[in-house]
Design a protein around this ligand. Sequence first.
Ligand SMILES: [Cu+2]
Length: 134
Amino acid sequence: MRARQWLVFATFAATVVLLVSVAAQPLDRLGAVRSAAEGQDQGQVREFTIIGNNYAFSPASIQVNKNDLVKITFTAQDIPHSFTIEEYRIVKRASAGQTVTLEFRADQAGRFTYFCNLTQDPKCRDMKGILTVR
Ligand SMILES: [Cu+2]
Protein backbone atom coordinates (compact mmCIF):
# COMPACT_ATOMS: atom_id res chain seq x y z
CA MET A 1 0.00 0.00 0.00
CA ARG A 2 2.78 2.36 0.99
CA ALA A 3 4.75 1.36 -2.08
CA ARG A 4 1.77 2.22 -4.28
CA GLN A 5 1.37 5.60 -2.55
CA TRP A 6 5.03 6.28 -3.15
CA LEU A 7 4.64 5.31 -6.78
CA VAL A 8 1.68 7.67 -7.18
CA PHE A 9 3.63 10.46 -5.51
CA ALA A 10 6.71 9.80 -7.65
CA THR A 11 4.64 9.81 -10.83
CA PHE A 12 2.94 13.02 -9.75
CA ALA A 13 6.27 14.64 -8.87
CA ALA A 14 7.82 13.59 -12.18
CA THR A 15 4.82 15.03 -14.03
CA VAL A 16 5.15 18.33 -12.16
CA VAL A 17 8.89 18.53 -12.96
CA LEU A 18 8.15 17.75 -16.60
CA LEU A 19 5.38 20.37 -16.83
CA VAL A 20 7.51 23.02 -15.14
CA SER A 21 10.44 22.40 -17.49
CA VAL A 22 8.14 22.50 -20.53
CA ALA A 23 6.50 25.68 -19.25
CA ALA A 24 9.91 27.26 -18.60
CA GLN A 25 11.12 26.74 -22.16
CA PRO A 26 8.90 29.30 -23.89
CA LEU A 27 9.94 31.81 -21.20
CA ASP A 28 13.59 31.23 -22.08
CA ARG A 29 12.76 31.66 -25.73
CA LEU A 30 10.88 34.85 -24.93
CA GLY A 31 13.94 36.13 -23.08
CA ALA A 32 16.13 35.33 -26.09
CA VAL A 33 13.76 37.22 -28.37
CA ARG A 34 13.75 40.16 -25.99
CA SER A 35 17.54 40.40 -25.84
CA ALA A 36 17.70 40.13 -29.64
CA ALA A 37 15.31 43.08 -29.83
CA GLU A 38 17.55 45.00 -27.44
CA GLY A 39 20.41 44.26 -29.78
CA GLN A 40 18.45 45.94 -32.56
CA ASP A 41 18.27 49.00 -30.32
CA GLN A 42 21.62 49.90 -31.89
CA GLY A 43 19.48 51.67 -34.45
CA GLN A 44 20.10 52.28 -38.12
CA VAL A 45 22.78 54.15 -39.97
CA ARG A 46 21.30 57.45 -41.19
CA GLU A 47 23.26 59.55 -43.66
CA PHE A 48 22.64 63.21 -44.45
CA THR A 49 24.26 65.73 -46.75
CA ILE A 50 23.95 69.24 -45.35
CA ILE A 51 25.01 72.43 -47.10
CA GLY A 52 25.86 75.63 -45.29
CA ASN A 53 25.38 78.56 -47.65
CA ASN A 54 24.22 82.17 -47.46
CA TYR A 55 23.77 81.95 -43.65
CA ALA A 56 21.44 78.96 -43.82
CA PHE A 57 21.58 75.21 -43.53
CA SER A 58 19.98 73.05 -46.16
CA PRO A 59 18.16 70.99 -45.12
CA ALA A 60 17.19 73.04 -42.05
CA SER A 61 15.79 70.02 -40.25
CA ILE A 62 16.64 66.33 -40.02
CA GLN A 63 14.91 63.51 -38.15
CA VAL A 64 16.32 60.28 -36.81
CA ASN A 65 15.29 57.62 -34.35
CA LYS A 66 16.92 57.31 -30.98
CA ASN A 67 20.15 55.28 -31.11
CA ASP A 68 20.58 55.68 -34.84
CA LEU A 69 24.13 56.20 -36.01
CA VAL A 70 24.00 59.58 -37.74
CA LYS A 71 26.55 60.30 -40.45
CA ILE A 72 26.68 63.84 -41.76
CA THR A 73 28.53 65.17 -44.74
CA PHE A 74 28.71 68.92 -44.29
CA THR A 75 29.80 71.40 -46.94
CA ALA A 76 30.44 75.10 -46.34
CA GLN A 77 29.70 76.47 -49.76
CA ASP A 78 30.36 80.20 -49.71
CA ILE A 79 32.37 81.11 -46.60
CA PRO A 80 33.60 79.08 -43.61
CA HIS A 81 30.81 77.59 -41.50
CA SER A 82 30.58 75.05 -38.73
CA PHE A 83 28.10 72.33 -37.89
CA THR A 84 27.57 72.52 -34.14
CA ILE A 85 25.24 70.67 -31.75
CA GLU A 86 26.03 71.61 -28.17
CA GLU A 87 24.07 68.81 -26.49
CA TYR A 88 26.04 66.24 -28.49
CA ARG A 89 29.33 68.10 -28.09
CA ILE A 90 29.73 68.35 -31.84
CA VAL A 91 31.67 71.17 -33.47
CA LYS A 92 32.87 70.58 -37.00
CA ARG A 93 34.29 73.46 -38.98
CA ALA A 94 34.56 73.59 -42.75
CA SER A 95 36.50 76.17 -44.75
CA ALA A 96 34.92 77.87 -47.75
CA GLY A 97 34.19 75.19 -50.33
CA GLN A 98 35.30 72.39 -48.00
CA THR A 99 33.39 69.23 -47.13
CA VAL A 100 33.78 67.54 -43.76
CA THR A 101 32.19 64.44 -42.32
CA LEU A 102 31.11 63.60 -38.80
CA GLU A 103 29.15 60.89 -37.08
CA PHE A 104 27.51 60.36 -33.74
CA ARG A 105 25.08 58.04 -31.97
CA ALA A 106 21.75 59.82 -31.42
CA ASP A 107 21.40 58.52 -27.87
CA GLN A 108 19.41 61.46 -26.46
CA ALA A 109 15.84 62.02 -27.58
CA GLY A 110 14.55 65.52 -28.18
CA ARG A 111 14.92 68.52 -30.45
CA PHE A 112 18.38 69.96 -30.82
CA THR A 113 19.52 73.04 -32.66
CA TYR A 114 22.40 72.75 -35.08
CA PHE A 115 24.07 76.03 -35.77
CA CYS A 116 27.19 77.75 -37.00
CA ASN A 117 29.34 78.88 -34.08
CA LEU A 118 31.83 80.90 -36.13
CA THR A 119 32.02 84.51 -35.01
CA GLN A 120 33.94 86.03 -37.90
CA ASP A 121 30.70 86.90 -39.67
CA PRO A 122 27.92 88.02 -37.28
CA LYS A 123 25.21 86.83 -39.67
CA CYS A 124 26.33 83.26 -38.98
CA ARG A 125 24.32 83.57 -35.76
CA ASP A 126 21.16 83.26 -37.87
CA MET A 127 22.23 79.89 -39.21
CA LYS A 128 20.09 77.33 -37.47
CA GLY A 129 18.58 73.94 -38.08
CA ILE A 130 16.74 71.36 -35.99
CA LEU A 131 17.76 67.77 -35.32
CA THR A 132 14.81 65.76 -34.03
CA VAL A 133 15.60 62.49 -32.28
CA ARG A 134 12.44 60.42 -31.72
CU1 LIG B 1 28.83 80.29 -40.60
